[in-house]
Write a protein that binds this ligand. Structure first.
Ligand code: CMC
Length: 431
């Protein structure tokens, strides 16, 4: 990783500090400032981490200028079209595509862990029925620490493995239960004869009173949505999981922290916000009004599903998602979906507008996913839980990578302090 032929020199306060430059396998070089404070007595300042690599990783690579996303080297469009979610989970977790036998073993291990502890059903019932499913998920996933005591010891590689499998296997069950609870229907137990995506649809949409057949078109579309969200390097929720786990906290607590972070509308919550925005726009003729609002500095409105911290080009996930939206609506016989029309026209107009072109704002993964999810029958409140369950493997893979690193340190950023300097306490009667 270290390229000894390259270094950078920082001149500060009359002294020169030599900083090593690290070369990644692909991507821009990285200035190693770990010894900067010790050598020069200064910190760096980078709110929002726009120029800071917080860790090294071998899992996911993004080239934001070219619109490239690779998992363990494999392009996302190839994985979305040729692979499937559990195979991608294996790839993210273990670094290589599985052989047929390895995949079968992995799928069996996941399948054997789909049920949740029966006592957890009572825990769900403590929530209000109108709770957002993300609120329920944050609570229930955190509560897994209270139910699975035999996978909390992060110093034991076997317990780490069991915790990973449990999280990936149980997250669809938890998300589906959060949904069922919110609509007042009975919880549906997992069916291990179904694949991962089909089982999730079964747990969401079947009811005891009727026979439910999973539509294979929908389960394939669901699987692709899971795959497109599986990991995205050091985004806000993944960094949250890494920071939480750097203290040695247990995996269930850390993933609950990731879910909480994902919920925000600038991150995973954008899929819900985007569909609500498309509905508010309602028809193609109102698009210019919303484009004008997005450009107005005095209006906090933003085009949801547009823009990205890293992508300054098309989000490759959005390209696949757009194709999927067309395919799914077509296969379901939903012609002339007004929301899809608004979305496509909004994209077309925005991409021709100098404001969006100059700022390099393109549709992101959340722009088209909501249209597919709504066509599948999900309410908007389930969009972000579906993102969370898909991203669990990414969080878990990044967590495992970090914990297995013997050089792991607690995450502890510094600050640029601008508050009062030391002063003496004044008694209340003298203030
Ligand atoms: N609509 C209108 N203007 C925008 C938008 C947008 N969606 N996104 C960014 N801008 C403008 C912003 O006002 C700023 O302008 P100026 O330089 O004049 O102040 C400029 O573009 C740069 O924006 P920023 O907020 O400094 O960029 P960022 O990298 O901090 O934010 C973002 C990235 C994704 C939070 C932002 O683009 C955004 O809020 N998008 C809408 C929410 C969204 O779709 N989020 C999903 C992200 S992808 C899924 C995921 O991984 O979570």
């Amino acid at each position: 990783m270290t390229d000894t032929t390259k270094s950078a020199t920082l001149s500060i306060g009359g002294q020169s500090v030599e900083l090593p430059v690290l070369s990644p396998s692909v991507g821009p070089d990285v200035l190693d400032i770990r010894k900067l404070y010790a050598q020069a007595g200064v910190f760096t300042y980078d709110p929002g981490y726009t120029s800071t690599a917080s860790c090294d990783s071998t899992i996911t690579y993004i080239d934001g200028d070219e619109g490239v996303l690779l998992h363990r080297g494999y392009p996302i469009d190839q994985l979305a079209s040729k692979s499937h979610y559990l195979e991608v989970c294996y790839l993210l977790l273990y670094g290589e595509l599985p052989t047929a036998a390895q995949l079968e073993d992995f799928e069996t291990r996941i399948t054997r862990h789909t049920m949740i502890h029966e006592q957890m059903h009572n825990f769900f019932r403590g929530f209000r029925r109108d709770a957002h499913p993300m609120a329920t998920m944050v609570g229930v996933v955190g509560a897994m620490s209270a139910f699975y005591h035999d996978s909390l010891d992060i110093s034991d590689p076997w317990q780490r493995e069991v915790a990973s499998i449990r999280l990936i296997a149980k997250m669809p069950t938890i998300a589906a239960m959060a949904y069922k609870y919110s609509v007042g229907q009975p919880f549906v137990y997992p069916r291990n004869d179904l694949d991962y995506a089909a089982n999730f649809l079964h747990m969401c949409f079947s009811v005891p009173a009727e026979k439910y057949e999973v539509n294979p078109i929908l389960s394939r579309a669901m699987d692709r949505i899971f795959t497109l969200h599986a990991d995205h390097e050091q985004n806000a929720s993944t960094s949250t999981v890494r920071l939480a786990s750097s203290s040695g906290a247990n995996p269930f607590a850390c993933i609950a922290a990731g879910i909480a972070c994902l919920w925000g509308p600038a991150h995973g919550g954008a899929n819900q916000a985007c569909l609500e925005m498309l509905k508010e726009i309602g028809s193609v003729d109102r698009i210019p009004e919303f484009i004008a609002r997005a450009k107005d500095k005095n209006d906090p409105f933003r085009l949801m599903g547009f823009g990205h911290r890293v992508y300054k080009n098309f989000d490759p996930r959005a390209t696949v998602m757009k194709q999927s939206a067309d395919e799914v609506l077509d296969l379901l016989g939903i012609e002339d979906n007004p929301l899809l029309q608004v979305a496509k026209e909004l994209e077309r107009i925005a991409l021709q507008d100098d404001y969006f072109a100059d700022k390099k704002l393109f549709p992101n993964v959340d722009f088209y996913s909501g249209i597919i999810l709504e066509a599948m029958g999900f309410p908007t409140s389930m969009f972000t839980p579906i993102f969370a369950l898909s991203r669990t493997v990414g969080w878990v893979s990044q967590w495992k990578e970090m914990i297995s690193d013997p050089q792991m340190k607690i995450g502890r950023p510094r600050q640029l302090y601008l508050g009062a300097t030391q002063r003496d306490y004044v008694d209340v009667e003298n203030r």
